[in-house]
Design a protein around this ligand. Structure first.
Ligand code: 1PR
Length: 529
């Protein structure tokens, strides 16, 4: 079977390609308009920004052939923006350029007090019995990552809806034309099954109307792999105690990145994050091993992958300048779904807070503009600073603490650091998170140096103060020591996800146990049977 792939050049198409190839089908990329019309089955994965997608489709003169192909009811599967393109237009695009528009209706931004982007594993309410869902448990969850959703005028095209504050159309089907807002290529084995059904079913048409209610949005469990070269030059997964990764002088070696990522995928991790912890020293585009790690991981791991470390503009010794956008683009091409910015985000936020002006040129703004806010994670590395009263740190977000300082201080603030905690900056974590959200970041990965590697539980005071200040999702990180700590962070803070490293690497607490525990405590999770 040959699948024609419409790749317009943004986002992580590698995962889709890997999934199709794993299913034994061949890929034929679209290189000219005629390839669309000649396709046996057409797959259109879209990630990022609607406006730039429509611009590219117009420039390449793909709109008209797409329309013809779809109007002839040829087999089509659009993913995310690839589905949104079927509709008449989007609130995300004010350019007035032509969209494909074979389905009536528009794409609108979420209007909710819940976090936007809507990121994570959510359920589906099945409205039609369709061959694409054959063999898939209706209670399954799929991976969503978007700020906009379709509003079809003709509700009969809705295949599934999903609940996120309110019910929105999460997939559509009319005849052989299918589109999903969620990412099957990132939805583990159920997503792969969906793609398999699309590829190998001859008659895709829905059989009848049904109404089966699915489950809700899960709290995510993320496995984090801090990666660096050890003194022998091997790329290893390491783990620090309060960011110190050396033991008796050597870099701790807890395994190989590609193998560990595969293990966590099989054990039910909802996402995997790689942090190149010495990335600030070198330029990532010269760090080919990290790119290989992504390429190899994405062949077998079908959940979202985030990569961080060293993402910034860079000028080499020959005075050649590379933009952070180029670095991000290379990472996305290699299999990453999101990039995470640490040190550079602190610099960008400080400059923004000083001038009050958005330049449009910072790494956050540029990457968010091209790939969408959901692809830009800000990794924060704060340290607790105790003060006797809020007056002692007037420029910072000071909170009362239940854990007084060494001199019985009853207040603290969280100081941002850069270069892996080596350098403390005059900026607090709340101000950083708010500034980065303003500039277009889509998610906060909130570490805590005091808690890292201690197994003493997450820093709930830090998490609450940041979560209450932003409307984008927050990933709680650092300090997990047992299953109950995950339950605590989800019941006592609004964090959407919790990340851990040490306990997973050392097999102290398997991911399955964390999920089983949360399930018993009635916290919505993915994947416990
Ligand atoms: O600053 O953009 O180059 O990015 C560097 C990235 O590397 C940042 O995201 C920063 O958080 C990370 N990093 C730098 N140095 C270290 C270190 O440990 N020496 N690791 C480091 C950060 C924190 C988490 C850890 C959690 C959970 N590690 O990644 O996984 O604290 O750990 P636990 O569950 O064992 O407590 P840039």
């Amino acid at each position: 079977m040959k699948i024609t792939l419409l790749d317009y050049g943004a986002g992580n198409v590698r995962s889709v390609v890997n999934a199709i190839e794993k299913l034994g089908a061949q890929i034929k990329p679209v290189t000219r308009a005629a390839d669309i019309l000649n396709a046996e089955k057409l797959l259109f994965p879209g990630v990022g920004n609607y406006q730039s997608m429509i611009q590219i489709l117009n420039e390449k003169k793909y709109i008209q052939p797409l329309r013809e192909y779809l109007q002839a009811d040829q087999p089509f599967f659009g993913i995310c923006l690839g589905m949104q393109a079927l509709f008449e237009g989007s609130e995300e695009d004010f350019s007035g350029r032509e969209s494909v528009g074979v389905f009536k209706g528009r794409v609108k931004r979420f209007k909710t007090d819940l976090a936007v982007p809507h990121i994570g594993w959510n359920g589906i309410n099945l409205k039609k019995e369709s061959p694409v869902f054959d063999g898939i448990d209706p209670d399954s969850k799929f991976y969503f990552v978007h700020s906009y959703h379709i509003v079809p005028e003709d509700e009969s095209v809705i295949l599934t809806t999903t609940d996120y504050d309110y019910e929105f159309a999460s997939s559509v089907q009319k005849g052989n034309v299918i589109g999903t807002q969620f990412h099957p290529e990132k939805s583990g084995s159920v997503g792969i099954k969906l793609l398999e059904n699309f590829i190998y079913t001859t008659d895709l048409k829905p059989r009848k109307q049904i109404d089966i209610k699915g489950k809700g949005l899960s709290k995510r469990i993320i496995a984090c792999l801090d990666v660096r070269a050890n003194d022998q030059g091997d790329l290893v997964v390491t783990k620090g105690d309060q960011y110190d990764v050396r033991e008796k002088g050597d870099v701790r070696n807890l395994g190989r990145p590609v193998e560990l990522a595969k293990r966590y995928y099989e054990e039910g991790a909802d996402e995997i994050t790689f942090l190149n912890i010495t990335g600030f020293r070198d330029f990532p585009l010269k760090d080919m091993p990290m790119i290989k790690v992504l390429e190899q991981t994405s062949r077998n791991v079908f959940v979202p992958l985030t990569i961080g470390g060293g993402i910034r503009d860079y000028t080499d010794s020959n005075h050649v300048t590379y933009s952070s956008l180029e670095v991000a683009a290379q990472y996305f091409r290699s299999g990453a779904d999101k990039i995470s910015i640490g040190s550079d985000a602190v610099m960008i936020a400080m400059e923004y807070l000083k001038t009050g002006k958005k330049t449009g040129k910072s790494a956050i703004e540029q990457i968010s503009r091209v790939y969408g806010a959901q692809a830009v994670v800000i990794s924060v590395d704060p340290k607790r600073v105790y003060v006797a009263s809020p007056d002692h740190a007037r420029d910072h977000h000071v909170i009362p603490t239940q854990f007084p300082g060494p001199d019985n201080e009853q207040f603290c603030w969280y100081q941002c650091t850069v270069q892996g905690g080596r350098k403390a900056m005059d900026l607090d974590a709340v101000a950083l998170a708010k500034a980065c959200q303003d500039l277009g970041a889509g998610e906060i990965l909130l570490n805590c140096i005091d808690k890292d590697g201690t197994n003493s539980g997450f820093d709930l005071e830090l998490i609450n103060s940041v979560k209450n200040a932003v409307s984008i999702p927050v990933i709680a990180s650092s300090g997990a020591g047992c299953e109950a700590h995950f339950c605590e962070v989800f019941t006592k803070t609004g964090a959407e996800a919790a990340l851990a490293a040490g306990i997973f690497h050392r097999r102290q607490v398997p991911i399955e146990n964390v999920k089983a525990y949360l399930d018993r405590e009635n916290i919505e999770i993915r994947g416990v049977k």
